[in-house]
Design a protein around this ligand. Structure first.
Ligand code: MN
Length: 207
């Protein structure tokens, strides 16, 4: 009976909320518990619910999130799938007890090779995040040859759309920072570096 119920639930809900790997107040003062309540609890939950409703009866019902982001035509299914993927990677890349201030190992080497230094990389990433007009994301990704790229993604897009593997993403939609930083996007971006869990980003790169 339990197995049957589980199967039914899986059939009804294709996509789930990602689990937060920390307490809701763990990222304070950079990201407050109130922002988590709205951003994770309401915005992301809404993207997950909307995507589950939209894929019903379509060819995307049985596809993975990554496949939908890669193949869905521009429109509501793509937008919501992109935002579920974006926010899943986003919320899982942070920590309230940062051990490493910067990456090490292979990722550190690649950053030095492709951007000059970690500081140069951060400057370029900050620049992409602050100059993106309107709503969207800045992403660090790696291409098939192992080269790192920084891209600006409009609205709900993700670098996976053009075959890059996303490693680190900063959400620059106002909903991600307005409660804590109001209009000061640049200050919010600068503060985010203090909560990046580099071990998570390194794992995405090593895959
Ligand atoms: Mn967001």
């Amino acid at each position: 009976m339990k197995l049957l119920l589980t199967t039914l639930i899986v059939m009804i809900m294709n996509f789930d909320m990602p689990k937060l790997p920390y307490a809701k107040n763990a990222l304070e003062p950079v990201i407050s518990e109130q922002t988590i309540d709205f951003h994770y609890g309401k915005h992301l939950q809404n993207y997950v619910n909307t995507l589950n409703n939209l894929v019903k009866g379509t060819e995307f019902e049985s596809k993975s999130l990554n496949d939908i982001v890669k193949t869905a035509p521009d429109g509501a299914i793509f937008n919501n799938a992109g935002q579920v993927l974006n926010h899943t990677l986003y919320f899982q890349q942070f920590t309230g007890s940062q051990v490493q201030k910067e990456p090490k190992g292979k990722l550190a080497d690649a950053i030095k090779r492709d951007f000059g230094s970690f500081e140069d990389f951060k400057n370029e990433f900050n620049n992409a995040s602050t100059t993106l007009f309107g709503s969207g994301w800045a992403w660090l990704s790696v291409d098939k040859e192992g080269k790192l790229k920084i891209t600006k993604e409009i609205n709900g897009s993700n670098p996976l759309r053009y075959d890059l593997t996303p490693l680190l993403g900063f959400d620059v939609w106002e909903h991600s920072y307005y409660i804590d930083f109001q209009n000061r996007r640049a200050d919010h971006i600068k503060a985010l570096w203090d909560i990046v869990d580099w071990a998570v980003v390194e794992k995405r790169f090593d895959k």
